[in-house]
Design a protein around this ligand. Sequence first.
Ligand code: ADP
Ligand code: MG
Length: 342
Amino acid sequence: MFRQSVFLLLIFPLVVWAQPKHRTEVLLLMGSRFEITPFAANDSIVDAAILAAVAEVKRVEGLISEWIPQSEISKINNNAGIKPVVVPDELFFLIKRCLKISELTDGAFDISWAAARHTWRFDGTMSGLPDPAVIDSMKKLVNYKDIVLDDSAKTVFLRNKGMAIGLGAIGKGYAANRMKAIMLSMGVENGIVIAGGDLIAWGVPEDGKLWPIGIANPDNPNTAMAWFAVGPMAVVTSGDYEHFAIIDGKRYGHIIDPRTCYPVEGIRSVTIICADAELADALATSVFVLGVESGIALVNQLKGVECVIVDDKGEMITSTNLNINRYSASDQQQQHSITIGR
Ligand code: ADP
Ligand code: MG
């Protein structure tokens, strides 16, 4: 189902662009708002790049969506507890990378969360909390160690009946990487794409300039809470303000703690900055589950990865290599800029 999504990241490309030509295409893909902005020598390359990027996202979605009945992921899910399924190399290696992130995060990231996908729904159709007995039975099904890969046969097997996998926490990051790769191969040397909350920029917006990126304010996602300037980087935000359920006046965000099978609490948004959008996407979800302390500790161990968390009190917490600079934009308004490197 397509849901209108709001900006998670705001870009301000309001400088006067000289050469080359560029255009921003805004459209709904993978249930989220996408923005595709290639910069190229002429308009026809820009137009062709946008068409190719959109076709690529649709291809990726057809491969990895757990909501499309004919997708390769659905074939795996339909054969849970029955038999291994041969999948294309592209999907096999993507799932393999997911399992690596699960190991790295001690199971905080777990694509087998999807056993709970019909129990926890974040599309406005939930009216009460799930039956605790149902949650209990689900806990036995959510465990990445029961996803069995066979490297030579290229098969994926979900060991137990009722298991399912879903790539919602990494799919848009992967799609953002693919859009960049396709456009780069067509001669688009500078560009920026936003796939829901997942942004990747390559090249430069203008000679000597960096890409100005805003981190959305979770209380008012169309405004920036902080901004910073980055080079060719991925900046990915997971927030609790896009897909959530309100039950008895309480907000439940769409990230599930695999240990409890309940939505995670305590964090409003996590932004990860690193070179790769897929990794950034997976880590943003992971840090959400790990919580502020363990999440920051993990990011601090990873070279080339930085993180900004907004907690449920609206406080910003960053990895040790980021600086938050506060300044007053006006008497009422406090602004923040973030710089990398202390
Ligand atoms: P967004 O979709 O807003 O970019 P995320 O990247 O954090 O947010 O992905 C959240 C999605 O990831 C959920 O909608 C669900 O599909 C899936 N998911 C939820 N909990 C987990 C988890 N613990 N590990 C992996 N995937 C998860
Ligand atoms: Mg994610």
